[in-house]
Design a protein around this ligand. Structure first.
Ligand code: NQM
Length: 377
């Protein structure tokens, strides 16, 4: 329950890592119902706007400036529903319009920790609805019993996620209906490849695709990059980032997303042939700084592009075969394996994707926001 501590309002919060992201998770029912007030509270909690988020719990990077708002499901056929909120550290908006599969990995652990759902067997599976885009995922975690028979979520284990040190207990995620999460359809232009005229760059070939995350996929070489740069090299290259942003604005319009200058998508995916035995090398801009690895649904979407004949990704990728291929998406800190299920009659249609993440509860307590923010009367 929400309490007061002197001049501040204290709201219960679990601080969690989900995959390669991190942020505060709240019981959505405890936050103000008014959207404007809720956003003001979330910005104050994170310490935004401020590039360092020094006056809040945000970590000063888009990957550590994410929030999860979880509650028991009201819809039939699902157990939990949650809203993912992205705050850009220096930004003033709380964006709930797109997905985050990394933060999603912490939702079931959060629900078990807070008693929203109970574990009754060694593995607990819950169906989670992401309210941002209406996407449903089936998520399984390990919930062993102690000697007294009480079950808890296991955090320790042998699963490895590139971009996270060490190993941890696996969080298995299966996605069903991710196509067109934000852009309305898998291929919003109806084509696997478009040639766009970009100011200052001329004609650029791209694949515009959304299988859970809207992506613009472009050959790194076309933008004067190798596609093997480190994230800090990309972030330091103002000219490259300006070319990427110019292309992004044109892609946003072409995808039917309108003016995306203030949006967190499309994520710009620079691709090149794989160098470490995987399928394709990627550098993902989210969208203005480079991801240290790649987002979950960004990886699902890039993997999907690898199996579409004619796409920019397919052209540079190692051949992918079979109806249930595992596509290995290389990124700056390793690789991300996505297993796709394809329709036997139409192998261009991806019907399901499965992958592994890990998550961990890092801290439990209250986040404090000034009372004047919570209760501005
Ligand atoms: O694409 C970062 C992340 C993400 C999103 C971003 C993500 C996804 O790694 O599903 O996970 O693209 O801004 O948390």
């Amino acid at each position: 329950e929400v309490t007061h501590r002197g001049s501040q309002t204290a709201v219960p919060c679990l601080f969690m890592r989900g995959g390669t992201s991190r942020g505060p998770f709240f019981d959505a029912r405890l936050l103000p119902g008014d959207p404007g007030l809720r956003d003001a509270v979330l910005l104050a909690a994170m310490g935004s706007p401020d590039a360092r988020q020094i006056d809040g719990v945000g970590g000063g990077h888009p990957l550590t400036s994410k929030i999860g708002l979880v509650r028991p499901a009201s819809a039939a056929g699902v157990d939990l529903e949650w809203t993912f909120a992205q705050v850009q550290p220096a930004g003033t908006t709380v964006d709930t319009s797109s997905n985050c599969g990394n933060m999603l990995a912490a939702v079931v652990p959060f629900a078990l920790e807070t008693g929203m759902i109970a574990a009754t067997a060694d593995r607990t599976t819950a169906r989670v609805l992401t309210l941002n885009t209406g996407m449903v995922a089936e998520i399984t975690v390990a919930t062993p019993a102690d000697r007294a028979g009480a079950r808890h979520i296991a955090y320790e284990g042998a699963a490895r996620v590139d971009g996270v040190p060490g190993t941890a207990s696996p969080v298995e995620i299966g996605f069903l209906d991710t196509a067109g999460s934000v852009a309305g359809s898998l291929l919003p232009t109806g084509r696997t490849r478009d040639t766009l005229d970009v100011p200052g760059l001329g004609p650029v070939d791209v694949t515009l695709i959304d299988n859970g995350q809207p992506l613009a996929i472009v050959a790194a070489g076309r933008l004067g990059a190798t596609g093997y740069e480190s994230p800090s090299e990309i972030d330091a290259d103002e000219e490259l980032r300006a070319r990427v942003e110019a292309l992004r604005l044109v892609c946003g319009e072409a995808m039917g997303l309108g003016d995306v200058s203030a949006r967190n998508y499309p994520k710009m995916t620079l691709v090149a042939p794989a160098r470490h035995g995987g399928t394709l090398s990627t550098r993902s801009l989210i969208p203005r700084v480079c991801h240290q690895s790649i987002g979950v649904l960004a990886a699902v979407t890039a993997a999907t592009a690898c199996v579409l004949d004619g796409s920019v990704a397919h052209e540079l990728a190692t051949a992918v075969r079979g109806t249930d291929p595992t596509v290995s998406v290389e990124h700056p800190s390793g690789s991300f394996d996505v297993t796709l299920a394809r329709d036997a009659a139409d192998p261009r249609r991806v019907t399901r994707s499965a992958l592994l993440r890990t998550a961990r509860l890092l801290m439990a307590g209250d986040v404090l926001v000034p009372r004047s923010v919570w209760d501005p009367a």
